[in-house]
Design a protein around this ligand. Structure first.
Ligand SMILES: [Zn+2]
Length: 238
């Protein structure tokens, strides 16, 4: 993002929902104000947290470790049909803005950020976050597939439109996936099983393959773009 676009983004951030976005490149958009991707062959996977940032920790379970494990399984599921890039493949810390910059090296691609959730003990199930119009179908497909793979859901938010660093700022379609609640004893127990984590990876891979094969077909009316400024450190859950 250059400074001009950043300023335009801030100016347009106040309620001008119906106006035309200022950035219309081929395959890239800083607003995501376009249909979802079809035919892409590259998937960027972001294993959430890492290094000094463990993410959620419950008992002996650490979000950063589970996220990396599921990310590697997802990579294996997608290869060789897709080129797969892992933003981190070991236990290292990467700033969110650096994850965005790394993602922006890739053009005809999607970003999937993998996380585990933390909340009330009674809450369980997957949640998938998107912000942009171009990311809606992929997010919905992932949420549907995960929901089918996860045996119990209770009190979870499901598919959520939320402006986060990794759902707003990359130039390619981008979603953030919470693969279950570490604070739910039953779900945490399942997550300790390699077979269960493999099932989650298979479900996410299926959604990505469907998106590449079918684009937005069957997804109905896409949500309207919202020309909000980039998410920054200090934004809620940014
Ligand atoms: Zn997380």
């Amino acid at each position: 993002m250059n400074a001009f676009r950043a300023i335009v983004g801030v100016v347009l951030g106040f309620g001008l929902v119906s106006c035309q976005g200022p950035s219309k490149g081929i395959g890239r958009s800083t607003y995501g104000d376009r249909p979802g991707p079809k035919g892409f062959k590259t998937v960027v996977i972001d294993a959430g947290h890492g290094g000094k940032d463990s993410g959620a920790q419950v008992g002996g379970l650490m979000e950063k470790q589970l996220a990396l494990d599921i990310s590697k399984r997802l990579r294996a599921e997608l290869q060789p049909g897709f080129k797969v890039v892992l933003l981190r493949s070991d236990d290292r810390f990467i700033e969110l803005d650096d994850r965005v910059s790394l993602t922006n090296r890739y053009g005809d691609a999607v970003l999937v950020s993998i996380h585990l959730n933390y909340g009330r003990r009674s809450t369980s199930g997957p949640e998938t976050f998107y912000w942009r119009t171009d990311s809606y179908s992929l997010a919905r497909r992932v949420q549907v597939q995960l929901s089918a793979a996860i045996p119990n859901e209770s009190g979870n938010a499901g598919l959520v439109r939320r402006r986060l660093r990794l759902t707003r700022n990359p130039t390619i379609p981008c979603i953030l996936v919470e693969c279950g609640y570490l604070t739910n004893a039953r779900e945490a127990g399942l997550l300790t099983s390699t077979g269960y984590r493999e099932r989650l990876a298979e479900a996410i891979a299926r959604a990505i393959r469907d998106q590449s094969a079918h684009g937005d077909s069957g997804m109905g009316v896409l949500p309207r773009p919202i020309y909000a400024p980039p998410s920054r450190a200090g934004d809620a859950r940014g």
